[in-house]
Design a binder for this molecule. Structure first.
Ligand SMILES: Cc1cc2nc3c(=O)[nH]c(=O)nc-3n(C[C@H](O)[C@H](O)[C@H](O)COP(=O)(O)O)c2cc1C
Length: 87
């Protein structure tokens, strides 16, 4: 099973959790890839649009894990937009 762990982290906390998760998944034998969302503007709170340096290709994964900080009581804008784009 191919697992994609996609995350955005502004100040590093989400990255720490994601790194631990990926390490544990790999240790259990999972085929896991880690993808970081890198917005051109690192703290863009508007979710109307958040230009990313690179748009991730998530089509090959059977399972997606989304790692995000909470910004303004919801997912961070990069993760929110990615989740919306996959519906
Ligand atoms: C602009 C901004 C807005 C935030 N809004 C919330 C919030 O609404 N609720 C909350 O519990 N934490 C909020 N936080 C705190 C972050 O979710 C928290 O510090 C998180 O661990 C940061 O993750 P990161 O280091 O991966 O960016 C906010 C942080 C920032 C920078």
């Amino acid at each position: 099973m191919k697992i994609g762990v996609i995350y955005y982290s502004y100040s590093g906390h989400t990255k720490l959790v994601v790194d631990q998760l990926v390490m544990l998944l790999k240790a259990s034998g999972a085929d896991v890839s880690k993808i970081v969302l890198e917005p051109e503007n690192p703290l863009q709170l508007s979710a109307i649009t958040v230009p990313l340096k690179e748009q991730p290709d998530v089509s090959g994964f059977e399972v997606l894990v989304l790692g995000t900080p909470v910004h303004g009581s919801r997912m961070s804008a990069p993760c929110w937009l990615l989740e919306r784009s996959q519906r």
